[in-house]
Design a binder for this molecule. Structure first.
Ligand SMILES: [Zn+2]
Ligand SMILES: [Zn+2]
Ligand SMILES: [Zn+2]
Length: 274
């Protein structure tokens, strides 16, 4: 399993257009970027690849990294930064199977699969496949399982991607607070690599109207506001799940510049072989 982190940023990315903060300037100086979230997972046995989320930076990501176009996609939730690149399917694909959860979201009245199907109804290439959370499905030679996480007010899903031949396992938290349920954690457990949403460091919770939540024994918030983990929360989730390695993704430019590029915060283009 060859994993390429195509997009490791939050919804505005780093650098953020029009921003001259120290973190954005240092990203330019270092020649690194955190574009909107997407992960490319290649199965070296079958030659197929799976894309987790279709970033609005799709074109830029596929031109800038040495990866082939995917054979299938999975969508975690319907926020702009995870879905709105799906329009790139036009003319690039004859057919693109897109897997998404089938549970009705009380907020939208539709499942993620239904929203994706409705929004991309004009693209014949997009074939939406509705999947039931906790029930593994097969794609690209992988076994993939969606699990609900905590990203109010919308439903959102984390996922485990496993190669049944090699035993390699990648877990992705999705956009979520630290309040991931025990049944979802059981599916994500014990991965070779965890990609965990950690949008800012815990000290920045004082700037969020809702503050922090899910405090650890030392009083550090593992959840920032109501929708995302802190960096500390992402690392803690990796420890809880006994991940062999954790990379923190969905990182914002609001981090202090001196901490924004420290370990284990990911930047675009990192590759992992599981
Ligand atoms: Zn900035
Ligand atoms: Zn989101
Ligand atoms: Zn997001």
């Amino acid at each position: 399993m060859e994993v390429t982190l195509l997009g490791t940023g939050d919804t505005t990315g780093t650098p953020t257009p029009g921003c001259d903060c120290e973190t954005c300037r240092r990203a330019v100086d270092r020649g690194v970027e955190r574009s909107r979230f997407s992960v490319h997972v290649r199965n070296e046995r079958t030659g197929e690849s799976l894309l987790v989320d279709t970033s609005p930076d799709f074109r830029h990501q596929f031109l800038g990294h040495d990866v082939g176009l995917p054979d299938a996609a999975v969508i975690t939730h319907i926020h702009f930064d995870h879905l709105d690149g799906l329009g790139h399917a036009y003319r690039l694909f004859d057919r693109l199977p897109v897997h998404a959860a089938d549970e009705r979201d009380p907020e939208t009245g539709e499942s993620v699969a239904e929203t994706v199907r409705r929004r991309y109804d004009y693209l014949d290439q997009v074939e939406v496949l509705a999947e039931t959370p906790f029930e593994p499905f097969e794609t690209c030679g992988f076994e993939v399982t969606l699990v609900p996480v905590d990203h109010p007010p919308l439903v959102c899903y984390g996922l485990a991607i496993e190669d049944p031949e090699t035993g390699a396992k990648l877990s992705i938290s999705g956009d979520t607070t630290y309040g991931v349920g025990a049944d979802a954690r059981a599916v994500l457990d014990d991965p070779d690599l965890l990609l965990a949403d950690g949008i800012v460091t815990a000290d920045l919770c004082e700037h969020h109207p809702a503050g922090g939540n899910h405090f650890d024994d030392e009083g550090r918030a593992r959840t920032f506001g109501t929708k995302h983990m802190t960096v500390e929360g992402a690392v803690a989730l990796g420890e809880d799940l006994d991940a062999a390695e954790t990379r923190v993704v969905h990182v914002s430019h609001f981090l202090d510049a001196d901490r924004a590029f420290e370990e284990p915060l990911a930047v675009d283009g990192e590759t992992y072989s599981l």
